[in-house]
Design a protein around this ligand. Structure first.
Ligand SMILES: [Mg+2]
Length: 415
């Protein structure tokens, strides 16, 4: 199950922590140079103020005191945001900070029966410690979690738990397709012409139609609405974690060195991409292999190894080469492996890396140009799915039939 924790009317709630006189009043926060509305209290929403509405359109209502308009205090919002996310992390085994006021809570291993209490505890802590109201929705997929938290907010509930996709129907019937995560206003206009008005209409369409008309992103949303996990956020900006890892179970046991080597290269390059996305560099790279514990005819083993860099790095080529050198050291010929993984740790913020006294001018110039290269590659490979640019070592030689379902999997053409 996955949860979405979302602060209610975040900027306005932050302002209210400083000035309790704003409680129960129609409050809006305006964008830079007071151009338009970027946040509204519930009272302002009820008064008909729209998101993004230009300030001049409501200036009379502001002057009369009906609506309180504030210039954004983004340092305050950032400070409270960090503290809210700390509270989320206290209660969930793993979280993904999705925006300044939202985080996904990955509840793997937590029994469904405990979710409501955990949600209540999070909401209570955010309110008692920070005076920030939070709504939390739990569901089998991120898209459904968004829908649950959205509908809880509308009904004034703090926590909602939706155990299966089917029970989301009544809510989906009441929500406009334009409120579906990932469907923009432009796209929803196109869907109206096909008779899709609500999220339920969208979920009822045949998958083939969705795929043909909306492509892979539409298909992901559709599958998520049916309770399948499809949307990964591993590449969005996240604060520094202590480690980054990727590991996968192969569809069948493998003794093919080339196949495993390509997997390790893919996982290593994906870890480096994540590392850069969170603005970090690592000092330690590790690789592990695992045999199938149910098939031990050819023996069982769990070889592991790691390499330490002198200078922290986030360069795909460095990390990949290190991972492959570890693989060469730990690989056992003729052993059947079921699982492989790569991890990076000893992570430091990229900015804080100071050159050593003995680094030459050339080394520093090279380092800077490598950073530019990685930035360019990341911007070309932006978004989920198969990367456009990859290292040659990521390409599987032979074994074209294997597919471990990994997003970066390269399907080798038949020879
Ligand atoms: Mg929010």
């Amino acid at each position: 199950m996955v949860g979405l924790a979302d602060c209610n009317n975040f900027f306005v709630s932050c302002e209210r922590t400083l000035n309790p006189a704003l409680e129960n009043r129609a409050v809006v926060v305006l964008s830079n140079n007071d151009g338009c509305v970027v946040a509204r209290s519930n009272e302002a929403k009820r008064a008909g103020i729209k998101m993004g509405q230009p300030a001049f359109q409501i200036k009379d209502r502001i002057r009369s005191g009906e609506i309180v308009a504030l210039s954004g205090n983004h340092l305050l919002y950032r400070d409270i945001s960090l503290r809210v996310h700390d509270i989320f992390r206290r209660y969930a085994p793993c979280t993904i900070d999705y925006s300044v006021d939202e985080a996904f809570l990955l509840m793997d291993g937590i029994p469904d029966s405990a979710l409501r209490d955990i949600g209540e505890a999070i909401a209570r802590s955010c309110w008692d410690e920070l005076h920030i109201p939070v709504t939390i929705g739990f569901a089998p997929s991120k898209t459904l979690a968004k829908i649950v938290s959205e509908s809880c907010k509308k009904r004034g509930r703090r926590v909602g738990v939706l155990l299966d996709a089917e029970s989301a129907r009544p809510v989906m019937q009441k929500m406009s397709i334009s409120d579906l995560w990932g469907i923009g206003r432009r796209l929803s206009k196109r869907l109206y012409t096909s008779g899709i008005y609500t999220i339920a209409d969208f979920a009822d369409k045949e998958l083939g139609w969705i795929r043909a008309n909306l492509g892979v992103n539409g298909e992901r949303s559709w599958r998520e609405l049916h309770g399948e996990h499809c949307i990964e956020l591993s590449h969005v900006q996240a604060p520094l974690q202590d480690s980054v890892s990727e590991s996968r179970t192969f569809p069948e046991d493998v003794d093919d060195y080339d196949y495993i080597r390509a997997r390790i290269a893919i996982y290593a390059s994906d870890c480096s991409k994540k590392l850069r996305a969170m603005g970090g560099e690592c000092r330690l790279v590790g690789v592990m292999l695992q045999t199938n514990r149910f098939h031990t005819e050819r023996g069982k083993a769990h070889p592991e190894g790691c390499v330490r860099f002198v200078d922290p790095t986030s360069d795909t080529v460095n990390i990949c080469n290190a991972a492959l050198s570890i693989l060469d050291r730990i690989f056992i010929p003729d052993m059947l492996f079921k699982r492989a993984g790569v991890w990076l740790s000893d992570i430091v913020p990229a900015k804080s890396v100071t050159p050593s006294l003995f680094d030459s001018q050339d080394y520093m110039r090279d380092r800077a140009s490598r950073t530019h290269l990685m930035k360019a590659i990341d911007s070309i490979n932006l978004g989920p799915g198969m990367p456009v640019l990859k290292l040659a070592s990521q390409i599987t030689q032979g074994h074209a039939g294997h597919n471990d379902g990994y997003s970066s999997t390269f399907q080798a053409p038949t020879k």
